[in-house]
Design a protein around this ligand. Structure first.
Ligand code: FES
Length: 245
């Protein structure tokens, strides 16, 4: 298991255990040291203590002041452990299932069915990607399918506009992706068509498991194809949602 795979709860529990252990060890050592110091004091020349006053094996009685001091230290130790654990759990990156990790987007059959019956890409908000139907054509010498961005007729597209980073919605009318910020337009599979964007929409690697789960790796962005790439050659199917910039 990698460190990032640890859950927040596990991290918090580990921190609490470590801090409590450290506290117990420190407390035990100080207690032993105090006992030794008492023995040395009794054995020193000139220090006369009646044998009856110092029982050979009797534990040193704990004074009220010492009792309160130890209680206070114990409380502080537990509080520090809880606070440290909670802080670490809050700050620890919880990437499991979110953007930046490998995400299970759903079943391949369901995603394909959604795309064809709704005539629009499958959108997965938590992963910040769309999944479009694409059969993995080559573009010039570049084989985008070979880069792992296509699997069994689907391809994930990063929702972020490659111009200045706005989220690019899909326009049902035109069947293109149209950026509302400066009017960049990409065709149905995210290839550049119009506007200031320097290339097509970026992609993610995708695999389909033997049980049909679509796994999208959002930890690595694969740069979109350059301007001029047009593997589907589909003009807009209706009026634009965003006026051309
Ligand atoms: S951010 Fe999309 S066109 Fe500028």
């Amino acid at each position: 298991m990698t460190p990032l795979a640890l859950s927040s709860g596990t991290i918090a529990a580990l921190v609490v255990i470590v801090v409590v252990d450290l506290f117990a060890i420190t407390f035990g050592l100080s207690f032993v040291r105090a006992r030794r110091a008492a023995r040395v004091e009794v054995g020193r020349p000139g220090v006369h203590v009646a044998r009856a006053e110092v029982p050979a094996k009797a534990p040193k009685p704990v004074t009220r002041r010492e009792f309160f001091r130890r209680s206070l230290l114990s409380s502080l130790g537990v509080f520090a452990a809880e606070f440290g654990g909670a802080t670490l759990a809050f700050l620890w990156p919880n990437l499991k299932g979110g953007f930046g990790s490998v995400i299970t987007a759903g079943k391949l059959a369901d995603i394909k069915e959604f795309i064809s019956s709704n005539n629009q890409p499958f959108y997965y908000g938590a992963g910040r990607f769309y999944i479009v139907a694409w059969s993995g054509h080559k573009s010039g010498s570049v084989d985008y399918a070979a880069e792992g961005v296509e699997a069994q007729g689907i391809m994930p597209l990063y929702q972020r506009c490659v111009h200045l980073g706005c989220r690019v919605p899909f326009c049902q009318q035109s069947q293109w992706f149209e950026c509302p910020c400066h009017g960049s337009k990409y065709n149905r599979v995210g290839e550049y068509q119009l506007g200031p964007a320097p290339r097509g929409l970026d992609r993610f690697k995708v695999t389909v498991t033997s049980s049909g789960d679509v796994m999208v790796d959002t930890s690595q962005i694969i740069l979109g194809p350059p301007r001029g790439t047009n593997t589907i050659d589909e003009p807009p199917q209706g009026p634009f949602c965003v006026a051309p910039g």
